[in-house]
Write a protein that binds this ligand. Structure first.
Ligand code: FE2
Length: 287
């Protein structure tokens, strides 16, 4: 149960760090499973990279197909111009997404349970819906930069409800590309929600994606940002409007993390959101 101080921090800063939320055994189980998924993954001729700096590198079809599947995306720097691997396969993956929490028994167990359901309730998610799960590898030496963004851009709801659950599966440090956030950046004046700067829109008929600017409020400077180095097992929860980023990883250590993106079913989920579920594969809660 969150303390009054933690709830105040959540309201004021837009994020909360909960060390030891997951046990070493729970973390080890999903790390092992992630390695097994990568080992079983067969790179094809149309290897899909993932880069937040240049979203055109992700083929729209590969991303859309992963909404209800478990798919491996390569690091931008893991492939040459012809799409051939430049590093060993087990060091080449940027992330696995986006339905691990529903498609894989090990990740399903990690992503659900009374502790998460209780936490979501305390944060105001009364009818949580888990849309997306990702293992983010941040590989040694080639782990890509993730520029300033707000996760609400990818999960627009009215009102805004998306909340990110970011689990450190390995120690996240300044060297290997820990999260940076702008404390309080989720708020506007008078305690109201801040602005959403851009929206990732999908034309589901055409199968195309684009980032659309919504507001000209500048992104924070690094002087306004704080780093969040955390130990493995820590859960960082943050508000969908909180600006955050992470540096490239040029260190010799990976920085594995697992994320869940959760909205509230009482809010309207935008038809333009890229991630939609078919009728036969409904979105579930956290319990
Ligand atoms: Fe994010």
């Amino acid at each position: 149960m969150l303390s009054p101080t933690e709830l105040d921090t959540w309201q004021r800063d837009g994020f909360l760090m909960l060390p030891g939320f997951k046990s070493a055994a729970e973390v080890a189980a999903v790390c092992r499973r992630a390695c097994d998924i990568v080992a079983a993954f067969k790179p094809g001729v149309n290897n899909s990279r993932f880069s937040t700096r240049d979203r055109s590198q992700v083929t729209d079809a590969a991303l859309l197909a992963s909404a209800e599947a478990v798919h491996c995306f390569f690091e931008e720097e893991a492939l040459d111009a012809e799409g051939r691997l430049l590093v060993p396969k087990d060091r080449s993956i940027n992330k696995i997404g986006h339905a691990l929490h529903d498609r894989d028994a090990v990740f399903d167990a990690f992503s659900h349970g009374p502790a998460l359901a209780e936490l979501a309730r305390e944060l105001g998610l009364l009818q949580p819906q888990v849309w997306q799960s990702q293992v983010i590898f941040k590989q040694p030496h080639i782990g890509g930069e993730v520029g300033w963004h707000q996760d609400a851009s990818f999960f627009v709801t009215t009102p805004q409800t998306v909340t990110t659950f970011w689990f450190a599966l390995e120690d996240a440090t300044l060297d290997n590309g820990c999260l940076w956030v702008m404390p309080g950046g989720h708020r506007g004046e008078n305690g109201a929600n801040g602005v959403l700067r851009e929206q990732y829109c999908c034309d589901h008929g055409a199968g195309t994606l684009r980032m659309q600017a919504l507001d000209t409020t500048p992104w924070p400077t690094m002087a306004e940002a704080v780093p969040l180095p955390v130990a493995a097992g820590t859960l960082v929860v943050f508000h969908g409007l909180l600006p955050h980023c992470s540096a490239p990883n040029r260190s010799a250590n990976s920085r594995l993390a697992y994320t869940l993106h959760v909205t509230d079913a009482s809010a309207a989920y935008a038809a333009e959101n890229w991630l939609q579920r078919s009728a036969g594969f409904p979105v579930r809660g956290l319990a």
